[in-house]
Design a protein around this ligand. Structure first.
Ligand SMILES: NC(=O)C1=CN([C@@H]2O[C@H](COP(=O)(O)OP(=O)(O)OC[C@H]3O[C@@H](n4cnc5c(N)ncnc54)[C@H](OP(=O)(O)O)[C@@H]3O)[C@@H](O)[C@H]2O)C=CC1
Ligand SMILES: CCCCCCCCCCCCCCCC(=O)[C@@H](N)CO
Length: 324
């Protein structure tokens, strides 16, 4: 055999040994989260993505509880799930900003196996035009509210001996991975969830609880329909880089991600690229995805810079026509 042929044989050794090393070191270790016969508690479960998740959990044989503010929307959600699946979900009316009310609901609902923190509010507006009250409202519901829900549920989730692995999942947004024009308050509230989730995963891993962050693009929910009425045009242009999805499809991706115990769950191809580009120091359970992260790190940064180029061009063009 010629020496150059031997050298050729060596080439696959490099990626293969990288894969082997990664398969040994990725942490936390892979896990599967069962849904059937378990108690799934969903905040914001009366509308949109949360409601679709509740439908899914019910049809997969879970005991389901949903929490939101409006008792009327909760009642409607309960009826629609009953009609579609025959499952009687428990409903809890509380505002996530009110810790005592959340705590009481969580107590009444019984021990939770899978907690899905999904409630969220969004109004896209330039910070300059956004009232201080509205900025605070966004952060209180999306971020502080998520702390309230998790703080209330955690002690009882930790005490679930012999009930199998637990899950705490948070519904973020692609705007929680990259800042977008018009989303200063919203993006800040969703970026906050990343820090919460990374720290929390380290704190609860020994209790067999597994954290998941879901990053949907624009999704055709009632909340999104409302948002679109006043969303700045350029916000819509930038968000369109990731297209839009049907609520049921987002819920399907989210539920599969939760069951697969993933830390990061993207919902479409653009979202997958975005997760690769923004993975930073987040945990990775899959050696295969870890491998992809390692080998794409440089090139994906280049792709990200092209997106920024495109977005800043759009902003420039848009502000010129606006100022005429
Ligand atoms: N739709 C989209 O384009 C995207 C949405 N997301 C995220 O997905 C999640 C769900 O959004 P979506 O389904 O569109 O929203 P919807 O507005 O359709 O539903 C929001 C749900 O949250 C509840 N909720 C809102 N505020 C509170 C509160 N203070 N306390 C308790 N419950 C509350 C609502 O009920 P009630 O009003 O009765 O309290 C409702 O059940 C949000 O976190 C959102 O940020 C992420 C990316 C894209
Ligand atoms: C490196 C590769 C990058 C790949 C493309 C990235 C595209 C990102 C677009 C960001 C869209 C943000 C939508 C927020 C939706 C949302 O949360 C609102 N509807 C309010 O709920």
């Amino acid at each position: 055999m010629s020496p150059s042929f031997l050298l050729l044989l060596l080439i696959p050794i490099i990626p293969l040994s990288l894969l082997a090393i990664l398969s040994l070191i990725v942490r936390p270790k892979p896990i599967r989260i069962p849904i059937k016969s378990r108690h799934v508690f969903i905040t914001g479960g009366s509308s949109g993505i949360g409601l679709a998740l509740a439908h899914r959990a019910a049809s997969e044989g879970a005991r389901v509880s949903i929490l939101a503010r409006s008792p009327q929307k909760l009642e409607e959600a309960k009826q629609s799930i009953k009609l579609a699946t025959g499952v009687e979900v428990a409903i809890f009316s509380a505002d996530v900003r009110d810790y005592d009310a959340v705590s009481k609901a969580v107590e009444e609902s019984g021990p939770i196996d899978v907690l899905i923190v999904n409630q969220g509010v969004f109004t896209a507006r330039e910070l300059e035009k956004h009232s201080v009250e509205d900025v605070r409202f966004t952060i209180e519901v999306n971020l502080v509210g998520s702390f309230n829900v998790i703080k209330a549920a955690l002690p009882r989730m930790k005490g679930r001996e012999g009930r199998g692995p637990g899950s705490i999942s948070l519904v973020s947004s692609q705007a929680g991975q990259v800042g977008v024009y018009g989303y200063a308050a919203y993006s800040a509230s969703k970026f906050g969830l990343q820090g919460l989730a990374q720290s929390l995963q380290q704190e609860v891993v020994a209790d067999d609880i597994h954290v998941t962050l879901v990053f949907p693009p624009d999704t055709d929910t009632p909340g999104f329909e409302e948002e679109q009425k006043s969303r700045p045009e350029v916000t819509a242009i930038i968000a369109a880089s990731s297209g839009s999805m049907k609520t049921e499809e987002v819920a399907r991706r989210a539920m599969n991600g939760i069951k697969a115990g993933k830390f990061t769950v993207s919902c479409n191809f653009e979202g997958f690229l975005l997760s690769l580009a923004t993975t930073g120091m987040s945990p990775q359970r899959s050696f295969w995805l870890a491998f992809l992260e390692v080998i794409t790190a440089g090139p994906i940064r280049l792709v990200a810079l092209f997106f920024q180029w495109d977005w800043y061009n759009a902003i420039e063009k848009w502000s010129k026509t606006k100022n005429k």
